[in-house]
Design a protein around this ligand. Structure first.
Ligand SMILES: [Zn+2]
Length: 254
């Protein structure tokens, strides 16, 4: 999925140390274009079909799509580098995140987001070029945007992921048939940590949402984050954040 090498092995989507870190009740939940909860959509979905919702234990999600070299090389380096930051964030034990930590956490979620996309090929939007960048530099491309915030942990969501892949089209192309997605927004919750990853190959000047409570960690800033004063999201807030991009979209309604 990253280097085009043969000899594919079963790779995990979520690192195994997360499973050990979170309470044993942690379940995996993945949704690609699931049921929209916070508004009534007025645009075409990328493809007419039923929502994809997958649930299960974390370990059960092991698609066979990465080579051993990638798994044990740069991917495990990103995961290992993120452990000292992601684990305490997921457990609610962080008070401060420096810029090194922000970079490690951003790279971690960039990687997870890329792997999550492969669970549903039809909503896949990350380009091969961006995947190659992640492979080579171990950080997300600078065109990506990543925010983190707290999740108040009630109800306990465990490992939760909501992925929206969309095909942005110009007004002239409004009748174009559904094709390849070129923009995506993925919202993830790991215990008490929530992250939101945006990227697009056609929308370069997306500035983010109006919610000032989200902490941007990518592209990197030179400011530390005092995590004690970061606002916690509720379950409703998470659903709203997950759908923020598609809710806000310029309508190409039919
Ligand atoms: Zn590989």
């Amino acid at each position: 999925m990253f280097c085009g090498e043969g000899g594919l092995t079963k790779g995990h989507v979520w690192p195994e140390w997360l499973e050990a870190a979170l309470p044993s009740t942690a379940k995996f939940h993945f949704q690609a274009w699931g049921n929209i909860k916070t508004f009534t959509p007025r645009f075409k979905r990328p493809h007419p079909r039923n929502p994809v919702v997958r649930q299960g234990h974390i370990a059960s999600r092991k698609p066979r799509n990465t080579c051993a070299k990638c798994n044990s090389g740069w991917m495990s380096q990103i995961e290992e580098a993120a452990i000292p930051f992601v684990r305490p964030l997921a457990l609610g034990e962080t008070s401060f995140i420096n810029t090194i930590g922000q970079r490690a956490v951003a790279s971690f979620f960039g990687l997870i987001c890329t792997r999550v996309e492969f669970l549903d090929a039809l909503t896949q939007a990350i380009t091969e070029r961006d995947r190659t960048w992640l492979t080579q530099y171990g950080i997300p491309p600078f065109s990506w945007k990543i925010w983190i915030t707290k999740y108040i942990d009630d109800p306990y969501l465990g490992i939760y992921c909501d992925h929206f892949g969309i095909q942005l089209i110009s007004p002239e192309e409004v009748d174009a048939p559904p094709g390849k997605c070129n923009t995506q927004a993925t919202t993830m919750v790991l215990g008490k940590l929530c992250a939101h990853v945006f990227c697009s190959s056609v929308w370069s000047d997306f500035r983010g949402y109006s919610d000032p409570d989200l902490c941007q960690i990518w592209p990197p800033t030179q400011f530390d984050i005092d995590w004690r004063f970061v606002r916690s999201l509720s379950e409703t807030d998470v659903a709203s954040l997950a759908e923020a991009l598609v809710r806000w979209l310029p309508t190409a309604e039919k």
